[in-house]
Design a binder for this molecule. Structure first.
Ligand code: HEC
Length: 133
């Protein structure tokens, strides 16, 4: 019983340290990022997980199962240089109208059904941005 509570105690301590660090990190990064991270709609997260990740991978590196057959492959979203080279407007256009519309591979499917859901698209763009942090 003593050991269990000791373990529980250290587990709690670890949790406290982790959350304390998380808080510090959030303060260091710009307020803008923190608030947009918090505001990513659930629908965007679900869509990324269930659909986009098939090609782009759960961590945005382009290693989704369906990417194996693709050429060119989806790029690595963790690439910071690429992140700064592309605007949110470009990403939005690619998501809505597909790769072909912006001179990229037609394997990147259009999602014009999302035109009426700008907040979901903005959430997807933010998810892509977060991979680069
Ligand atoms: C069937 C595979 C596939 C799916 C599903 C897919 N993509 Fe893509 N996507 C690609 C490929 C391949 C490229 C790269 C095209 C190129 O570089 O020519 C791409 C490119 C992109 C780009 C442009 C990045 C750049 O290089 O400028 C964005 C943004 C993007 N995808 C977002 C998404 C989002 C968000 C979803 C989910 C709504 C999604 N994709 C679903 C295959 C896919």
């Amino acid at each position: 019983m003593k050991t269990t509570s000791a373990h529980l105690g250290s587990a709690l301590l670890v949790l406290l340290i982790v959350s304390a660090c998380g808080g510090e990190e959030a303060q260091v990064s710009t307020g803008e990022n923190v608030s947009s991270k918090a505001s990513i709609p659930e629908e965007s997260r679900k869509l990324y997980k269930a659909f986009c990740s098939l090609c782009h991978g759960q961590t945005g590196t382009g290693d989704g199962a369906s990417a194996v057959a693709l050429e060119p492959k989806p790029r690595n979203y963790q690439d910071k240089e690429w992140q700064t080279s592309v605007s949110d407007a470009q990403l939005t256009k690619t998501i809505l109208y597909g790769g072909q519309a912006v001179g990229l591979s037609a394997s990147m499917p259009p999602r014009q059904d999302l035109i009426d859901k700008p907040e979901v698209v903005a959430g997807l763009v933010q998810i892509i941005r977060n991979f680069g942090e």
